[in-house]
Design a protein around this ligand. Structure first.
Ligand code: 7TS
Length: 406
């Protein structure tokens, strides 16, 4: 396809360097991706020209900073097609968003004997907060199984929805396998029984266009740092009626309407969930990342990255002792693999010695590793700035490793 790859790569200054005397090949995007100059400059300019605390000041800088912070909220709202800014809560990232939901929605709605339904391919951040809640409430965590391709076994998932299910929480795209789940079908099945659905969009959001109204999910959460934005800023989308009904999360400044020693009343959405001085500049940076993605176009990004994934997968399948972990029919741009006789950590270290950054480990998805009976995988994950030439470099380096150590 006709993708402006040279222009895109020129936007990411970090990519221009050499690592160990080789051009950097950055394939650790699922952990965190690099930032374009547009985002870096936006944050730098914000600190140089507009920075102040927000929401409380009458002075010009405070108003300017507030405007930029709230404009970022509108940009995010439009980016995921939420109905209102009230539905966009700024948090630290996906992990905080899920914990917020567990501690507010969960505490208010989950009782003894209730069930929360997840899948066997969740990141730890969509497992542990629910385990903590279940322990506290005497509720039960149900886990829908996956098959050897790394796909959700949908019928078994549906069979696990019961009268006791109070929340379905599933990953939109798996970080360990790349699998994209049939979320519309999942949401329709849950809604048929009036069960709300939380989607962990940490991996999906940088790779495809997401429309929360079309999906009809009740919560959608993601992190800025995987979306070409800074770390320390993330988004919790929730349907307004649900957010209104949820108790507040942290208490403090900015989230209140009135405070007396007898009783406090809370600010309206979205501020009810944003206690204290937030991560102002990085939120503005998230807005700049959204502008950048809109300019490239999410459908264009998705099509280009699909080409990269298909190319990488075909090449990987030609390498005899390479085992792809996760070969779902619906997949995003992640290639998890093992090599016979070479530990994934050694793969990672040896690839680094020729300038290639991948991740090796359990990817915070230990149950996935257990299911595939591997201690860890090596994972190459692609972003819009990667190229087929880089995939060639990766595959040649892997072949070299096998020749020497395999
Ligand atoms: N959910 C998924 C699907 C993820 O991939 C991650 C991070 C998280 C939740 C947590 O996001 P955070 O921003 O709050 O940390 N995944 C990874 C990874 O695959 N390697 O490093 C972080």
């Amino acid at each position: 396809m006709n993708f402006p790859i040279d222009k895109i790569r020129a936007d990411f200054p970090i990519l221009e360097q050499q690592i160990r005397n080789k051009p950097l090949v950055y394939l650790d995007n699922a952990a965190s991706c690099q930032k374009p100059s547009q985002v870096i400059d936006c944050i730098s300019n914000f600190y140089r020209q507009d920075y102040s605390n927000i929401h409380r000041g009458v002075h010009t800088l405070s108003q300017r900073a507030t405007d930029k912070y709230e404009q970022a909220r509108t940009k995010v709202k439009d980016f995921i097609n939420a109905e209102s800014e009230k539905e966009i809560i700024f948090v630290r990232g996906t992990t905080e968003a899920i914990n917020l939901i567990a501690q507010t929605f969960g505490k208010a709605n989950i009782r003894e004997g209730d069930e929360i339904l997840i899948t066997a391919m969740e990141h730890h951040s969509n497992i542990v907060p629910w385990q903590m809640l279940c322990e506290e409430k005497g509720a039960v965590l149900k886990v829908a199984p996956i098959n050897k391709l790394g796909e959700l076994i949908y019928d078994e998932f549906e069979a696990l929805i019961s009268d006791k299910t109070k929340l379905v929480s599933v990953v939109h795209m798996s970080n360990a396998l790349g699998t994209v789940n049939p979320v519309k079908k999942i949401i329709a099945a849950a809604h048929a029984k009036n069960i709300p659905v939380l989607l962990d969009g940490a991996q999906a959001i940088p790779h495809m266009s997401v429309d929360v109204q079309e999906l009809d999910c009740d919560f959608y959460v993601f992190s800025g740092h995987k979306l070409y934005a800074p770390s320390g800023i993330g988004v919790l989308y929730g349907k307004q009626a649900l957010l209104e009904a949820m108790p507040a999360y942290q208490g403090g400044g900015d989230m209140i309407r009135t405070v007396t020693f007898e009783k406090s009343t809370y600010a309206p959405l979205p501020h009810k969930f944003e206690a204290g001085t937030p991560n102002i500049a990085d939120t503005v940076g998230l807005g700049a990342a959204v502008d950048y993605l809109n300019e490239v176009g999410m459908d264009t990004v998705a099509a280009y990255e699909h080409e990269l994934l298909v190319y990488a997968t075909e090449k990987a399948k030609q390498i005899k002792s390479l085992n792809i972990i996760g070969d779902a029919a619906e997949k995003g741009a992640i290639l998890s693999f093992t090599l016979d006789n070479i530990h994934p950590h050694d793969i990672g270290t040896m690839l680094d010695s020729v300038g290639i950054a991948i991740r090796a480990g359990h990817h915070c998805a230990m149950p996935v590793m257990d299911f595939f009976e591997v201690p860890a995988t090596a994972r190459a994950s692609f972003a819009m700035y990667n190229t087929k030439e880089e995939i060639d470099v990766l595959m040649e380096a892997i072949q070299e490793l096998i020749n020497i150590f395999g």
